[in-house]
Design a protein around this ligand. Structure first.
Ligand code: SF4
Length: 468
């Protein structure tokens, strides 16, 4: 019987399942960070047990870690407490922590360091107490976010109770046009099908545009699957995947590598395998995307105008749009192009990798950012920061008037001192534009690194294609 990529991984990891009950799913890799793990470790402590598989559990500091110099004390006391607890919990349980004292040279955002270290591999089940674990699906893994009680379940048993989701084939046909990026593809899918469009499904992204992407672009697409409602996002592994993984710290070596690649080549969906739904997007007709509202589905081509709630038939959707526009301080029919902004944030697990930083540096090189805009560039990990500095990218950003920060989640989540003030507008390369996500009262336009840099230069929302 023909099976999809998802079904092959699912079948290989079901330990047992009673009829009508969730499956007991084996978890290959558990990624942990300082914010969603303290309660789970406390639960283990109360039960007098330790982490069952510390060798399959890896921790980092990302959400609360400050992005100013690590030599300075942590100002935010809540973040300082969570970081201290993560350090203690990792030490007590023999877990590798990429933090401030240990493994600092590999510290970074959890969804950046997993692939970077080669921990993320095709065919694996990967969980983390963070919604954007779908990022790891770019490697043909099944990665999804879990809640705090589930973190405790995986820490104690290395298994998870899960109901089997349905599958959707998300076909991205055509070729991306100049100035249009992987970020625009995923924002385009979510705008087309809505934040609930993928509920109950695991997305498998297929099609010409996906196959042409490098691994960093694929991670950007999979990263935001959860924003379209889906449980996970996956892309079948191919030579691009294997080239990325070859030689990484935790990738198999020697004969084990050859064996692993041979097995990974069996993972792509079989010819004729069926999906429960099909979603489609044509990359040829896609323009740079930007959001105007307070969920990632409220997005449009950057050249379009803000929609009018009066044109929406469904009452709850009409009310949701009215509320969003009110929060965002926008009017129906207004163009976003030319809208003054206060902050530009280039970072997050969506867009903080080398290709994002290189693309941003290429556009900003030899230019200055607007004196009305604060521009923060936050690499996704310590190795990315180091590599960018080797290439001189930090000098380009600094010469343009942007800030070059230490790695972490930074203004994506505003738990670390990096935040918007009430009423400020930001063009942000992150993945969530919820009310207050980037600071109480802050207003977020989600977009690609190209749009972010173009807007940083002009001080207003700008289509990067119009900059020579
Ligand atoms: S960068 Fe943002 S979305 Fe990604 S892990 Fe950090 S807080 Fe979560």
């Amino acid at each position: 019987m023909q099976r999809t990529l998802f079904e092959k991984i699912w079948d290989a990891h079901v330990v047992t399942q009673e009829p009508g009950s969730p499956a007991v799913l084996y978890i290959d890799l558990h990624l942990v960070h300082e914010v969603t793990s303290p309660q789970a470790f406390e639960g283990l402590r109360k039960r007098g047990i330790k982490v069952r598989r510390p060798d399959r559990t890896f921790a980092t500091l990302d959400h609360g870690i400050p992005t100013y110099s690590r030599d300075l004390p942590i100002i935010d006391q809540m973040a300082a407490k969570q970081i201290a607890m993560m350090e203690q919990n990792a030490a007590d349980n023999g877990i590798m922590l990429y933090g401030m004292k240990t493994g600092a040279d590999k510290q970074g955002i959890v969804h950046v360091i997993g692939p970077e270290l080669g921990l993320t591999q095709p065919g694996k089940t990967i969980v983390c107490g963070d919604s954007h674990t779908a990022t790891h699906g770019a490697f043909g893994a099944l990665g999804f976010g879990i809640g705090t009680s589930e973190v405790e379940m995986v820490l104690s048993t290395q298994c998870l109770l899960q109901r089997k989701p349905k599958t959707a084939n998300v076909k991205i046909s055509g070729t991306l046009q100049k100035g249009v990026t992987a970020k625009d593809i995923i924002l385009g899918i979510i705008a087309k099908y809505g934040v609930g469009g993928g509920t109950g499904y695991v997305f498998e992204y297929t099609g010409e545009a996906i196959r042409k992407m490098n691994m960093e672009e694929r991670m950007t697409v999979c990263n935001m699957s959860i924003e379209g409602g889906s449980r996970a996002g996956m892309i079948a592994p191919d030579d691009t995947t294997f080239e990325y993984l070859a030689g990484r710290e935790f990738s198999p070596k020697g004969a084990y590598w050859d064996k692993a690649v041979a097995q990974w080549r069996t993972l792509p969906s079989d010819e004729g395998a069926t999906y429960d739904a099909i979603f489609e997007l044509d990359a040829d007709t896609l323009a740079p995307m930007i959001t105007y509202g307070t969920n990632p589905g409220m997005g449009m081509h950057i050249t379009d105008r803000v929609p009018d709630p009066a044109n929406i038939g469904d009452l709850s959707q009409r009310n949701a749009l009215s509320k969003a526009l009110n929060y965002m301080g926008l009017n129906a029919g207004e163009a976003l192009l030319g809208k003054p902004i206060d902050v530009v944030f280039i970072g997050s697990c969506t867009n903080s990798r080398m290709s994002d930083l290189r693309q941003a540096a290429d556009l900003i090189k030899g230019r200055k950012v607007s004196d009305k805009v604060r521009v923060m560039v936050v690499p996704g990990s310590a190795p990315i920061k180091k590599q960018a500095e080797r290439e001189g990218l930090h000098e380009i950003f600094l010469a343009a008037g942007a800030e070059w920060r230490e790695p972490g989640c930074s203004m994506c989540i505003a738990m670390n001192g990096d935040e918007l003030s009430a009423g400020q507008y930001a063009v942000s390369t992150s993945n969530r534009n919820f009310e207050g996500r980037q600071g109480k009262g802050g207003r977020t336009f989600l977009a690609s690194p190209l749009t972010a840099v173009a807007s940083a230069i002009t001080g207003v929302v700008t289509d990067a294609r119009t900059l020579a």
